[in-house]
Design a binder for this molecule. Structure first.
Ligand SMILES: [Zn+2]
Length: 323
């Protein structure tokens, strides 16, 4: 029997449109500092921000995947902010990674799977969904609170039903966010995902609805109680090996929760296991071994394995994604 592939289902594509993709990156203040920090820890010069970032980033990332335990990663596009009437709001938001960027990379490299991103209020949303399905999208990612999407709006029913019929899962950001500007904090609530779930969509709540900043609401318990109600609901533990988000990471090992956990890193978000060690979840030697791994995809994976997660969090994606 062929062994199941290990898949990291939450890896961001980053670009600035330098290669003519139509994407853009606009960073100010804290977000500019954070982007520079993330690029430097990956070994890029900060000047990469001014060059053809798409191609520099994709090439480096491909190497990182090949040097890790992962067989493939879902590479995520990033939709623009839109008003509820479908008008793009390029004055809000900090980046745009068009679907064609990830669809093209996925066609070229088996290590990359295309995670597209479509605001369902766009006038051409259904057409774009169809186009992405034809070109091999494996999931659809959105950040309701950052892209201004209320997933519970009844007029999105045809969009969710088409995703359900096509077997395309929805990866939706839940909980607070500090890497990308938040437009509507109320849309961080996983309960708004009840509607796509009722429409039959497989929904993956990114970060299991945990809080990001100290003053964010924590929706973890709401997400857990929804698991009992919806067999088509999952959660990813991306960005949970971090100083701010790791509070519920060990809870995700519980027998009632673990079968619904999926592996994602949230690359290029930094992987910092210090709090796991300080709280006594792992010993000092394990902490030092994992934190010392320079490949951050691998570092994230090794911290999760050390905490007790099995390969299944990465292999069960083989059955959920539209492969
Ligand atoms: Zn993310």
């Amino acid at each position: 029997m062929e062994t199941a592939r290990l898949i990291d289902m939450h890896v961001h594509m980053v670009g600035n449109g330098g290669g003519g993709s139509g994407g853009w990156l606009r960073l100010t203040g804290w977000h500019r500092w954070l982007a520079g920090f993330m690029l430097r820890q990956l070994g890029f010069p900060s000047s990469a921000l001014e060059g053809n970032l798409e191609s520099i980033y994709a090439e480096k990332l491909l190497q990182i995947v090949r040097d890790s335990s992962m067989d493939a990663v879902v590479l995520l596009a990033h939709e623009r902010v839109h008003d509820p009437d479908g008008t793009p709001r390029d004055d809000l938001g900090s980046m745009f990674v068009p679907n064609d960027v990830v669809l093209g990379l996925a066609q070229k490299f088996p290590e990359f799977l295309a995670g597209v991103s479509i605001h369902p209020a766009r006038p051409d949303a259904l057409g774009e969904l169809e186009r992405c399905l034809e070109q091999g999208a494996v999931l659809m990612k959105c950040l309701p609170n950052c892209q201004n999407i209320d997933p519970s709006e009844r007029r999105y029913r045809p969009f969710w039903e088409r995703m359900a019929a096509a077997g395309l899962p929805l990866l939706a950001h839940t909980g607070g966010e500090h890497t990308v500007p938040v437009v509507n904090p109320a849309y961080a609530d996983p309960k708004l995902l009840r509607f796509p779930l009722e429409c039959g969509v497989t929904v993956i709540a990114a970060h299991c609805a945990t809080k990001s900043g100290a003053f964010d609401p924590d929706y973890f318990d709401d997400w857990v109680s929804m698991l009992g109600e919806f067999p088509n609901l999952y959660g990813d533990i991306s960005a949970l090996v971090a100083l701010n988000r790791c509070g519920h990471l060990r809870d995700c090992l519980r027998d009632d929760i673990e079968p619904r956990i999926l592996h994602g890193s949230d690359f290029p978000v930094p992987v910092l296991g210090h709090r796991m060690w300080l709280q006594g979840w792992i010993d000092r030697a394990t902490f030092r071994r994992c934190q010392g791994i320079s490949n951050s995809l691998e570092r994230d994976w090794q911290f999760k394995r050390a905490l007790g997660f099995s390969d299944e969090i990465a292999t069960r994606l083989g059955k959920l994604l539209r492969l």
